[in-house]
Write a protein that binds this ligand. Structure first.
Ligand SMILES: Cc1cc2nc3c(=O)[nH]c(=O)nc-3n(C[C@H](O)[C@H](O)[C@H](O)COP(=O)(O)OP(=O)(O)OC[C@H]3O[C@@H](n4cnc5c(N)ncnc54)[C@H](O)[C@@H]3O)c2cc1C
Length: 418
């Protein structure tokens, strides 16, 4: 291993996974985070109103997210995920109160779509051909340019799943990104899309065990230190500037910039980054769900989209929430609780609540924005980019963030060993 250091800027999942990858290879790592805690857009904290630890937002991963699982195995927390033994997706339509469970089979031949009791009620077999069209579509098309975005399969399965994966109105979202998700999940069979949820919190699954791992591997982790400027000269980064001074970079040092798209654009104005974002809104209700409540239920026809039942709380997610994100918080709590009360058969009385608005939750997964994503390599030989918004081929997800961190670390290490 070279005598140089690797500086990772940003301790979100991409920066953490890059740091874990570096540390596992024996590199000397300095991880610098601008905020007072790690986790970025995937974090837990003690909420003073509810007096409970909550997540900034519910995060769903799927059993086929192989990079995420490898990361969790390395840091020792792969067992801190909950979810059904098989791919099962319970749904409730809050208008008609209809309830059904989509029940795919494990293998890659999707015989479940031939079974009326396992496929989405009211769907015709022919509609499932749309999944194939999305898988095959190439180029820069929007989803509504490739399939008919109407009908029971669209309303009751494809739209909710694609909205959750892309966090963008699926009709105008990138077909290529949708296809990438479907290829790694639906195409491989139910085994690859068993839903998995950090249990009981994001922090105790994705973040704290990573910090313990980094500590055990002598990573120098610094909080509350925002990178303000990167000095660039002769085709390389030469120093990192912070409020309390600059860190000069030796020839052998490497930098992974794992900051959000907008921050990276300020630091490196030449680099193209996505410029449009979508919000996600979460409501947390401090009430124990009934014992038989499914961990996760899809909500159709309401304001809520997914309801998550944890032992001490019920949390609701609304993706692509830009149309409602500015509404009054109490209004939102009331409206969302109405949906939850129907879905989880709870009483009408509003429990203690908290609303968390993430205005720039992810980049807008449209074809135009996808084309603005940069590669991890830059024209500065010692500087690499990571983040869910870089060109991972996936939408902005945990899996994309982890892969981007791994890839940036791999490229940086390769450049050191050259
Ligand atoms: C509410 C919500 C729900 C989501 N749901 C899901 C889901 O269900 N499934 C899923 O797979 N994904 C989900 N995501 C997306 C997932 O959270 C992200 O893809 C992932 O966390 C991004 O990690 P990152 O490291 O790329 O970016 P970030 O988490 O944004 O990390 C960047 C880090 O850089 C730090 N930083 C910023 N500026 C500086 C600076 N100048 N100097 C030093 N540090 C700096 C930030 O503080 C932050 O810690 C969700 C996101 C949100 C917000």
């Amino acid at each position: 291993m070279s005598s140089g250091k690797v500086y990772v800027i940003g301790a979100g999942l991409s920066g953490l996974s890059a740091s874990v990858a570096f540390a596992s290879q024996g590199a000397r790592v300095v991880l610098i985070e601008g905020a007072g805690q790690a986790g970025g857009r995937c974090r837990s904290y003690l909420d003073p109103v509810l007096n409970q630890v909550i997540d900034n937002g519910n995060h769903l991963i799927l059993s086929g997210n192989h990079a995420t699982f490898a990361y969790l195995r390395t840091i020792g927390s792969a067992d801190r995920l909950a979810g059904p033994e098989q791919a099962r997706f319970p749904f409730v339509d809050v208008r008609s109160r209809a309830r059904w469970t989509v029940a795919p089979n494990d293998g890659s031949i999707p015989w479940w779509i031939f079974s009326k009791s396992r496929r989405v009620p009211g769907t015709r077999l022919g509609e499932y051909g749309n999944i194939g069209k999305l898988l095959l579509a190439g180029g820069d098309k929007r989803i509504d340019q490739v399939i008919d975005c109407h009908g029971p399969l669209w309303e009751r399965l494809l739209r909710p799943l694609l909205l959750a994966a892309l966090n963008t109105e699926p009709e105008i979202a990138s077909c290529k990104l949708a296809g990438a998700v479907l290829r790694e999940t639906l195409l491989k069979g139910g085994r690859a899309y068993r839903p998995r949820i950090a249990f009981p919190h994001l922090g105790s699954t994705f973040i704290d065990p990573a910090l313990d791992y980094l500590k055990r591997n002598d990573v120098n982790l610094q909080y509350g230190k925002r990178l303000r400027k990167i000095e660039l000269a002769d085709g390389r980064a030469t120093s990192l500037e912070f409020a309390d001074g600059a860190i000069p970079l030796a020839e052998e040092d490497r930098v992974v910039l794992a900051t959000p798209a907008a921050v990276t654009a300020d630091l490196l104005p030449d680099v193209s980054v996505p410029s449009e974002f979508r919000s996600i809104l979460n409501a947390h209700f401090a009430i124990a769900p009934s014992a038989n409540a499914p961990l996760m239920t899809g909500v159709i026809g309401g304001t809520a989209e997914w309801a998550f039942a944890f032992p001490d709380r019920i949390s609701v997610t609304v993706s692509g929430a830009d149309a409602i994100v500015d509404r009054d918080r109490e209004d939102l709590a009331n409206v969302l609780w109405l949906d939850v009360a129907t879905v989880l058969k709870a009483g009408p009385q509003l429990p203690p609540w908290q609303i968390v608005k993430e205005r720039r939750a992810t980049f807008a997964a449209t074809p135009g924005q996808a084309n603005r994503r940069p590669k991890p390599e830059t024209r500065w030989t010692n500087l690499f980019l990571a983040g869910d918004w870089t060109d991972t081929g996936l939408p902005a997800t945990i899996e994309g963030a982890v892969r981007s961190g791994n890839r940036a670390a791999e490229l940086a290490l390769r450049s050191l060993n050259r």
